[in-house]
Design a protein around this ligand. Structure first.
Ligand code: AMP
Length: 429
């Protein structure tokens, strides 16, 4: 007989991990509320054209794409931004701006499975539509920091850059957008030499090549110092200088909030997705060399999808990777401990009574499991013990005649007879 396993790259989440994933999702949803982002739910299956338009070659080549039974070319979403941009270009076209939207769910990329890289993974995603101002960019960074803090992660570092710096130089050198995208893809993978080779072949000036070579080496955590260096380097490239200025304004606003956020500014930083036009960033913890989240500004995507010109900035956080980081930093979940109870009928005829008592307890918000294996009381108690439950309610004939049951405190190994109407008070303490 065939033994079925998960498909390569797909995972099952058992209760402990599922609980953690849902906990992080809950935190992300709370952060969305705190910042005024309204949740939307978009389909997992979208048109291939939409998803492919600006995803970048790296993501595009790894899409789960197929024809549905109606012959439509579709794909499983590899990211959320295209779907949200589609909505803002169509159904939400006339919504007043700013529009703050949040979504959470699973995404699909046919990546080579490895640590922290899965074919099915989860993201919380936030998009701020309609603002071109640096305070919009600052908000997205702040919100990411809030989420990291909210799940208890320590020592987060933000890697920050601005695609307008590199693109500003390349534009002025008349490098075609398609070629620029190739260059950015290689930069994203830190293949700087290959990237510079393409720049050279694109017929750019000698000066440009020298500038780019130096630019990719500029990075550091002293924000104003790094920005100064960047600006000096791109002198004469107007748009690139503007981009550095824009980044300065964004980071100034972030620092003015009073929140201390560790940052590394990298002039040669690029991200795989093609739609970015401005500030870009990723967030890391020291224990892992892969990003927990990333985002940036994309001012032209909605227009590209046929909507009104709408500046936008957003971020996606990898829930799976946040979970890995929490495990590495040994961060416990901050959930309220709720009491768990097992209700055990002493004999067959009392099953109905046991179910009735369970119903009453659940009605008062107590977590109840009923003995359903027909086991004797001692066996059922052993099981409840093994599973670290708090109480057992033993339903016996003698006590029931008096309108009572036996409650056993499984942690303290004590038990007493209690009137049925008093059970809830006793357990809730
Ligand atoms: P991106 O959409 O590529 O900007 O990714 C945003 C975040 O999603 C990353 O920082 C990761 O945390 C997460 N992520 C992206 N791809 C994967 C993957 N294949 N497996 C797990 N998490 C991923």
């Amino acid at each position: 007989m065939t033994v079925f396993r998960t498909v390569r790259g797909m995972r099952d989440f058992l209760p402990e991990e599922a609980k953690m994933m849902k906990y992080i999702e809950g935190r992300a949803r709370r952060v969305a509320q705190l910042y005024g982002y309204k949740e939307i739910i978009t389909p997992v299956v979208e048109s291939y054209e939409l998803l492919a338009a600006k995803a970048g070659e790296e993501v595009r080549s790894r899409m789960y794409a197929f024809k549905d039974l109606g012959g439509r070319k579709v794909a499983l979403r590899p990211e959320f931004t295209a779907s949200v941009a589609r909505l803002v270009a169509t159904t939400l076209r006339n919504e007043p701006k700013p529009l703050r939207l949040f979504c959470v769910g699973s995404l699909y990329r046919y990546d080579e499975p490895q640590k922290g890289r899965f074919r099915e993974f989860w993201q919380s995603n936030y998009e701020l539509m309609g603002s071109s101002k640096p305070e919009g960019d600052a908000e997205i960074i702040m919100l990411t920091n809030s989420l990291m803090k909210s799940v208890g992660l320590k020592n987060c570092v933000f890697k920050v850059g601005h695609v307008g710096v590199l693109r500003g130089v390349l534009n002025q050198e008349n490098v075609e957008e398609k070629v620029q995208n190739e260059i950015m893809q290689l930069m994203d993978k830190k293949q700087y030499e290959d990237a510079l080779k393409i720049v050279e072949n694109a017929g750019t000036s000698e000066k440009c090549l020298v500038i780019l070579k130096k630019l990719v080496e500029i990075k550091g955590s002293k924000v104003s110092q790094v920005l100064r260096k960047m600006k000096r380097q791109v002198e004469g490239y107007g748009r690139a200088v503007d981009a550095v200025e824009n980044l300065r304004e964004i980071l100034k606003l972030v620092s003015e909030t009073g929140e201390k956020i560790d940052m590394v500014i990298e002039a040669g930083f690029a991200r795989g997705l093609e739609y970015y036009t401005g500030m870009i960033f990723e967030v890391y913890v020291p224990e892992m060399d892969i990003a927990l989240g990333g985002g940036g500004r994309y001012d032209r995507l909605i227009e590209l999808f046929g909507g009104e010109p709408t500046p936008a900035v957003g971020v996606a956080h990898g829930i799976d990777r946040i979970m890995m980081a929490m495990q590495k930093q040994k961060i416990p979940l901050r959930t309220e401990e709720e009491k768990t109870v097992m209700v055990i009928p002493v004999k067959e005829e009392l099953k109905g009574e046991a179910l009735k008592i369970s119903r009453m307890l659940r009605g008062s918000g107590i977590l109840v499991e009923v003995e359903v294996m027909g086991r004797r009381v001692t066996k059922a108690l052993e099981d409840a013990d093994r599973r670290k439950m708090d109480y057992a309610v033993i339903v016996g004939e003698r006590e029931l005649k008096e309108g009572a049951v036996v409650i056993r405190n499984l942690k303290r190994r004590e038990q007493k007879t209690v009137k049925i109407e008093r059970i809830v008070d006793m357990i809730k303490g």
